[in-house]
Design a protein around this ligand. Structure first.
Ligand SMILES: NC(=O)c1ccc[n+]([C@@H]2O[C@H](COP(=O)([O-])OP(=O)(O)OC[C@H]3O[C@@H](n4cnc5c(N)ncnc54)[C@H](OP(=O)(O)O)[C@@H]3O)[C@@H](O)[C@H]2O)c1
Length: 248
C-alpha cells in the first residue's frame, strides 16, 4: 500500500502522513514546505510544489514520478488534504486573482491528482477528498471556501457513480473531518472581525475545547479509509468525538 497526500507539511496532512507511515505505508507528500524528515524516515518522499500553480502541477503529473512511486502497490491511496480557507471576506472585496488561486488549490489540484491516479495501472485506488461542513452549510465571508468544498463533494459523487459501473477498483469519498486544532483554525480566529463576522464563533470553538487534535482526527480518517466498507457513501462526515480529545 502507498499513499499520496497533499499538504503533508503541517496540520491535519502532517498527522495523516505520520499515521500512515507508522502503519508501514510509504507516503509521497506534496506541499510548498516539508515535513520534519527526522520524524518520518525513508518511507516519506516529498515534492516541494505550490499546488495553486496549475502549470507546475500539470508538469509534475506529466512525468512518470507518480507511476514510479505507486509501482505495483495495492491499493494506492490519494488524500486530497491541502486547502486554504481564504480569501476571507465579503464577495466583491476578495480580488479575482485571489479567488482563482484558492480555487486552483482547493479544486483544480485535487481533481488533477485524482485524474492522474485513476490513470495509473494499479488495480485498487482509494481516494479521499478532505471536505468540510461548509460544503453543505453556507456562510457569509467564506463563499470561495464553501464553493470549493461543495465542488469536491460533487466530484466524489460523480466518481462514486463510476465506481459502481466501469471502475470496480475505485473507492472514493469526500469526508468532512470536523473542527481541528491547526493553523487554519488559528487564521480564522485571528481574521479581521469587520471582514469576517464568523470570527467570534471560531474563537468560541477554541475556548470551549471543541477542536480535535490533528493526530486524533488523522487516526479516525485513516481507519475510515482502510476499512473494508470505505467508499459505500460518497459524501460523509466524521461523527463528533464523544470523549474529550487526548493531547497530541
Ligand atoms: N482545521 C479545521 O478545523 C478544518 C475543518 C474542516 C476541514 N478542514 C480541512 O482539512 C484540510 C487540512 O486543513 P488544516 O486545518 O490542516 O490546514 P493548515 O493547517 O492550514 O495546513 C494546510 C496544509 O496545506 C498545505 N498548503 C497550503 N497551501 C498550499 C499550496 N499553495 N500548495 C501546496 N500546499 C499547500 C500546507 O503546506 P505548505 O504551507 O507547506 O504548502 C499545509 O501542509 C483542508 O482541506 C481543510 O479545508 C479543516
Amino acid at each position: 500500500m502507498k499513499a499520496i497526500i497533499t499538504g503533508h507539511s503541517r496540520g491535519l496532512g502532517q498527522a495523516l502522513a505520520h499515521e500512515l507511515l507508522a502503519r508501514g505505508v510509504d507516503v509521497l507528500g506534496l506541499a510548498r514546505g516539508a515535513a520534519a524528515s527526522a520524524q518520518c524516515g525513508a518511507r516519506l518522499r516529498q515534492i516541494s510544489i505550490d499546488l495553486s500553480d496549475t502549470g507546475a502541477l500539470a508538469a509534475v503529473l506529466q512525468t512518470p514520478l507518480l507511476a514510479e512511486f505507486a509501482d505495483a502497490a495495492q491499493p494506492v491511496l490519494l488524500i486530497n488534504n491541502a486547502a486554504c480557507a481564504g480569501p476571507l471576506g465579503y464577495a466583491g472585496t476578495l480580488g479575482a486573482r485571489q479567488v482563482a488561486q484558492a480555487l486552483a488549490l482547493n479544486v483544480q489540484a485535487p481533481l488533477m491528482l485524482a485524474e492522474r491516479v485513476l490513470a495509473l495501472a494499479a488495480h485498487e485506488r482509494r481516494i479521499m477528498h478532505i471536505s468540510s461542513g461548509v460544503g453543505t452549510d453556507a456562510y457569509a465571508a467564506l463563499s470561495v471556501y464553501c464553493a470549493s468544498k461543495a465542488a469536491l463533494d460533487q466530484h466524489a459523487r460523480a466518481l462514486w457513480q463510476e465506481s459502481r459501473g466501469p471502475r470496480p477498483g475505485l473507492r472514493v469519498a469526500s469526508v468532512s473531518p470536523g473542527v481541528i486544532d491547526t493553523d487554519m483554525q488559528s487564521q480564522l480566529r485571528h481574521a479581521d472581525g469587520a471582514a469576517f463576522p464568523l470570527r467570534g464563533e471560531f474563537d468560541q470553538l477554541h475556548r470551549s475545547g471543541q477542536l480535535q487534535s490533528p493526530r486524533a482526527c488523522a487516526r479516525r480518517l485513516v481507519e475510515l479509509m482502510l476499512d473494508q466498507h470505505y467508499g459505500r457513501q460518497p459524501v460523509m462526515a466524521l461523527p463528533p468525538l464523544m470523549e474529550p480529545d487526548r493531547p497530541g
